[in-house]
Design a protein around this ligand. Structure first.
Ligand code: CP3
Length: 346
């Protein structure tokens, strides 16, 4: 067991396999609309995309939750859909409606995407990483991220915020060569993007596969497991020091398959994953992160406190990173987040 000292980086120690007295804590979507200071910057920035591409303001909102709650890690403020945008698909975020990528991606777009240099568009994001890294104390880690190819592809194919899961599966059976080619392009772009984030100062990278759930095993292997393994292997080969966290949301018992990749350091579990079996099946292969229902943080009080303590207790004896089973939602009272951090550290 390693003690928690002021200069030691608790997240990085945990990712290297050392159990902490209290687990490091950060929360998915820790920067966002539930914080009044975020809403103020967001109003000043103009659109959500203007905020993502403004290194001054994006660095500011990345650091806000660290100042307020002293989390063990900051997560870069950006979005998984910046890659399709950088590839040349028109992206907008309509308030109250979510993302719109239009027109939906078609076969004829792929050659143009392949020739595109994504770094021209994404350079401001690397600048944000550098600024946040310079502002963080060594005891706090900076997490870079990208969407997993399948999750990003679901938005590119649908063109809008709602991707009908059955229609997507039918599309796969009808047109798997097209979807596989799109996934390959996204995997290449994702590797380049994450290497650039690491070179700008990201200490850790996380891949979000938010729409991996609900797929038949054969499709899951093709669209999620294989591409994530390839991306993680390529990242490890290029930047061996940087830990990789995979978050395959909704995959249940299949989460252990991701944990078994030699290139995967940690696996995030969603709020429907049974904690004890996750501990038994995943911990022998990778560090577990997350699990708490974000709705418990909306609720707060005894229910949240008991849930958080039970989660910590379940993972006592193995390295574990405290987090939620999906992102914080806009209706979350910030006081509940402060109390949650206190409980986890207490
Ligand atoms: O604090 C952080 O977690 C860092 C920043 C971050 C955002 N999005 C900012 C954001 C991260 C890591 C993401 C990841 C992301 N984006 C995912 C994967 C994680 C998950 O939630 O499953 C996905 C699927 C997206 C795509 C996306 N971005 C959607 C569907 C939406 C609209 C829905 C919503 O929550 O508004 C967004 C917008 C978005 N991304 C916001 C933020 C803070 C809200 C935009 C606003 O301020 O108006």
């Amino acid at each position: 067991m390693v003690g928690h000292t002021a200069t030691e980086n608790s997240l990085l120690s945990t990712l290297s396999g050392a159990e902490q007295v209290a687990p490091p804590v950060w929360l998915m979507r820790q920067a966002g609309r539930y914080l009044p200071e975020y809403r103020a910057v967001r109003a000043k920035a103009g659109s959500f995309l203007d905020l993502c591409f403004n290194p001054d303001l994006a660095a500011e909102v990345t650091l806000q939750p660290i100042r307020r709650f002293d989390f063990d890690a900051a997560i870069l403020f950006a979005d998984i859909l910046l890659i399709p945008h950088a590839l040349g698909q028109n992206l907008s975020f309509i308030d109250g409606e979510g993302p719109r990528l239009d027109p939906p991606v078609a076969e004829g777009d792929l050659d143009r995407f392949r020739r595109r240099n994504i770094h021209q568009t994404l350079a401001p994001v690397y600048e944000t990483v550098a600024r946040v890294k310079a502002a963080l104390p060594p005891s706090r880690a900076l997490i870079g991220f990208a969407g997993a190819p399948w999750t990003v592809a679901t938005y590119m194919l649908a063109g809008g915020p709602r991707s009908d899961p059955a229609a997507l599966r039918r599309r796969w059976y009808d047109d798997r060569n097209f979807i596989a080619a799109l996934i390959d392009i996204l995997a290449d772009a994702t590797v380049e993007y994450l290497i650039a984030q690491i070179d700008a100062g990201a200490d850790v990278v996380q891949l979000f596969d938010s729409w991996a759930g609900g797929l038949p095993e054969d499709i899951l292997r093709e669209v999620s497991l294989k591409p994530l393994q390839a991306i993680a292997n390529r990242l490890k080969a290029a930047r061996p020091q940087t830990p990789i966290i995979l978050f395959p949301k909704g995959v249940g018992g299949m989460a252990a398959e991701y944990a078994k990749f030699a290139s995967c350091d940690a696996v995030g579990i969603d709020f429907s994953t049974p904690w004890k079996s996750a501990c038994e099946l995943i911990s022998p292969h990778a560090v577990v992160q997350g699990g708490l229902d974000p709705m418990l943080v909306v609720k707060g009080g005894r229910a949240m406190e008991e849930g958080a303590l039970k989660l910590c207790e379940t993972f006592r004896g193995v390295p574990y990173i405290f987090n939620l089973g999906h992102g914080l939602t806009p209706e979350t009272p910030p006081e509940h987040v402060a109390r949650l951090v206190e409980i986890v550290r207490g």
